[in-house]
Design a protein around this ligand. Structure first.
Ligand code: NOJ
Length: 565
């Protein structure tokens, strides 16, 4: 029996930017509630909600100051419940973002912990006296600077993998584990259907606190990355990154911890855990750790060529343990917008369309990111005062300091590097502020002005051939063809760099998928089938069956059913 989350297509909502119900320029639950029918109409099955908890917003909500509540600017627990209920009534599911590694420094646990060395919660975080007035080792925070912050009041250092306002919890303390499991139970009792586990690999650090010996600091690594042109140079940057942080992620103990969490989840029927990691070991034996981990390697390219996709699938699918389930995505709140990342500047929308077809027909549960269905692009912010992601400001500062960049160039680089570009408000109509919030109100992040060029929901709903309708159409094709959900993946024509051909084979149906990932006309020979495959979807409106020589147009997509008649 397939589970709901194996059949589902997930849609990530970034709550601050989705829909503003009370007109204050910030997305909220009433806004999301007003879009329930929209989500249903689009045809997604489940929502992953980025953090909706109270937070001082040092890291846009990934710094939580109360795990069992709702940020006041988003509404109340009642509003949350109304949203959840509205989803369930429409047959949709909801998973929440669970941030395990760290809390906000404003969380009462940390406030207590830092209040004195003998506070009962002292050991809930990672404190160290350091040596000779120096931190205990040379670890960095992935967001810049030392991973250790000196606390003048108790004269010790605490550890933070992310910003210093995000102190790491000490997961070796059993009270911490129990406290967070209770948080999970709190939401599961309310009826949520599972969790996306934030930065799951960073939970433990090397217990010996060994120094890293990468021999490079983060400034120099940034310079190296900026200057790298050829693939080998990029690979070197990734290797150095690994070397710098090797004692700070994926440490022993993780798998026992995931098994413990899985048992908590198993107290409730039919819930799901998806980890923000691409490490397949988090599947455990296939049924005792996470249900899914993201196939991030698929998206680490500027072009999803047939070659790239096939190699990715062959490296990954075989290695997922029996019982584990694949999970694919091409964008989220940390990455670039799909349209900007994969577009070539000439065929952007065609490319996005093929990419979506690939995402929805590969084996595994797809995750979409809000706004991609209308082709939202990276928002360009020119004024650093408008940045909300501290990583944008960090790049801005580094560009000026390390490259002597003039302010405007530094800002443009920072806008491209930071994460604000993907988090700009959803564009609902061709109206002031893209219809996200009322005219005259300043949205929390500037709205991308391309809403005036058709990148908005209302305009695309009115046009049957828009990207929005393409999404809706393909989502329904996926739902109606069980092989696309449950079928095994079998690649074909494996020598072709550009034409992706594969079958999905299940007990109830076989499908054949053909995607031309390039901008050229191509002729391919359809292999012999006993009964010629019947088209269930054609991007060019072809009908009937196919066989023999097939002339493919640039970026053409064909999904066929192999019929037994
Ligand atoms: C991963 C989240 O996706 C990202 O947005 C956040 O900054 C870090 N984890 C820290 O929570």
């Amino acid at each position: 029996m397939m589970k709901w989350w194996q059949k589902a297509v997930f849609y990530q909502i970034y709550p601050r930017s989705f829909s503003d119900g009370n007109g204050d320029g910030i997305g909220d639950f009433q806004g999301m509630i007003s879009k329930l029918d929209y989500l249903d109409d689009l045809g997604v099955d489940a929502i992953w909600l980025s953090p909706h908890y109270p937070s001082p917003l040092r890291d846009c909500g990934y710094d939580i100051s109360d795990y069992c509540s709702v940020a006041p600017e988003y509404g109340t627990l009642d509003d949350f419940y109304e949203f959840l209920d509205g989803l369930h009534k429409r047959g949709m599911y909801l998973i929440l973002d669970l941030v395990l590694n760290h809390t906000s420094d404003q969380h009462p646990w940390f406030i207590e912990s830092r209040s004195s060395r003998d506070n009962p919660k002292r050991d809930w975080y990672i404190w160290h006296a350091g040596e000779n007035g120096m931190p205990p080792n040379n670890w960095f925070s992935t967001f810049g600077g030392s991973a250790w912050e000196f606390d003048p009041q108790t004269k010790e250092y605490y550890y933070h993998f992310f910003f210093k306002e995000q102190p790491d919890l000490n997961w070796r303390n059993s009270q911490v584990r129990e406290a967070i499991w209770d948080v999970a139970r709190f939401w599961l009792d309310l009826g949520v259907d599972g969790f996306r586990l934030d930065a799951v690999g960073t939970i433990y650090e090397d217990s010996l606190l060994s120094d890293q010996h990468a021999g490079i600091n983060l400034d120099d690594l940034y310079v190296l990355e900026r200057n790298s042109k050829i693939p080998q140079e990029h690979t070197r940057v990734v290797e150095l990154w690994e070397e710098i942080f090797k004692y700070q992620h994926d440490q022993p103990g993780m798998h026992e911890l995931m098994r413990e969490l899985r048992e908590v989840i198993n107290e409730y029927p039919d819930r799901v855990l998806v980890g923000e990691t691409d490490d397949l070991s988090y599947y455990g034996n296939g049924s005792d750790e996470l249900h899914m981990v993201f196939n991030f390697p698929l998206m680490r390219t500027r072009r999803l060529s047939a070659d790239w996709v096939r190699t990715n699938q062959s490296e990954r699918l075989e290695r997922i343990p029996k019982g584990g389930w694949a999970c694919n995505t091409l964008g989220n709140h940390d990455s670039a917008r799909m349209m900007s990342e994969y577009g070539d500047g000439i065929h952007d929308e065609c490319i996005v369309r093929v990419n979506l077809a690939i995402l929805l027909t590969l084996k595994g549960t797809p995750f979409l990111f809000n706004g991609e269905e209308i082709g939202m692009t990276n928002a360009v912010l020119t004024n650093p005062d408008e940045f909300r992601d501290p990583l944008s400001l960090r790049t801005y500062e580094m560009e000026m300091r390390l490259f002597n960049c003039p302010g405007d160039e530094a800002a443009s680089c920072a806008s491209g590097n930071g994460r604000d570009k993907t988090r700009s408000p959803m564009q609902w109509k061709n109206a002031p502020n893209g219809g996200f919030c009322p005219q005259g109100i300043k949205p929390w992040l500037p709205v991308n002005q391309d809403y005036q060029q058709g990148v908005n929901v209302e305009t695309q709903l009115a046009n049957d051939s828009s990207l929005w309708h393409y999404y809706k159409n393909l989502l329904s094709i996926r739902r109606e063809n069980p092989a696309l959900v449950e079928g095994e993946y079998q690649p074909m024509m494996e020598d072709d760099q550009d034409i992706l051909v594969f079958r999905r084979i299940s007990t109830v149906q076989n499908c054949l998928v053909i995607c031309n990932t390039c901008s050229e006309n191509r002729i391919i020979k359809i292999p012999h089938f006993k009964h010629p495959p019947r088209i269930v979807y054609s991007s060019l409106g072809r009908e009937g069956t196919i066989g023999g020589d097939l002339r493919l147009k640039p970026f053409e997509v064909l999904i066929m059913e192999e019929v037994n008649i």
